[in-house]
Design a binder for this molecule. Structure first.
Ligand SMILES: [Zn+2]
Length: 158
């Protein structure tokens, strides 16, 4: 397994670019107005993580989770994946980062008590990654949008 392959399970930050302002009608959250920016979504998967990321990266999908509405409207630029950790702790750490602003309340948080699992970058997402690297073991796998798809096809032996 090369370093560019994500682990089978873990926590992740999905990097999604919204090139223009959008209003997302997201289930019970209603209409959410999002500025054009790069967004960071925090999630986790105990297993099947490469397939989860591939689902995020696919533009065509039925919108089931909050994040599906975002990835349908924007472009998935990549993901940062850790084989360890817990998604709410990661969201908390990101919330403390001075380079990001919290996204809409309750986004991606149907099953937890976090204020949100979505954040808007004020600067380059690299600044947020550098911030997260300070608090997490340096086990991060960085994937580009294309890298997400490639990682899944490698696993399937394609
Ligand atoms: Zn949470």
């Amino acid at each position: 397994m090369t370093r560019r392959d994500p682990p089978a399970g873990g926590t992740y930050v999905l990097v999604v670019r919204l090139s223009r302002e959008a209003v997302l009608t997201v289930g019970r959250l209603g209409g959410l107005r999002l500025l054009a920016a790069t967004y960071l979504y925090v999630g986790s998967a105990r297993r099947g993580l490469p397939h989860r990321l591939a689902r995020h990266a696919r533009p065509e999908k039925s919108c089931r989770w909050h994040v599906d509405y975002l990835t349908a409207a924007g472009q998935v630029c990549g993901a940062w994946v850790w084989p360890v950790g817990e998604e709410c702790a990661l969201a908390e750490q990101l919330a403390a980062c001075p380079e990001v602003s919290p996204g809409p309340s309750g986004f991606g948080c149907s099953d937890c008590r976090c204020p949100t699992h979505l954040f808007r970058c004020r600067q380059s997402p690299r600044a947020a990654l550098a911030w997260l690297r300070q608090g997490l073991p340096d086990l991060v796998t960085e994937l580009s949008g294309r890298g997400i798809i490639q990682a899944v096809s490698r696993r399937q032996g394609a």
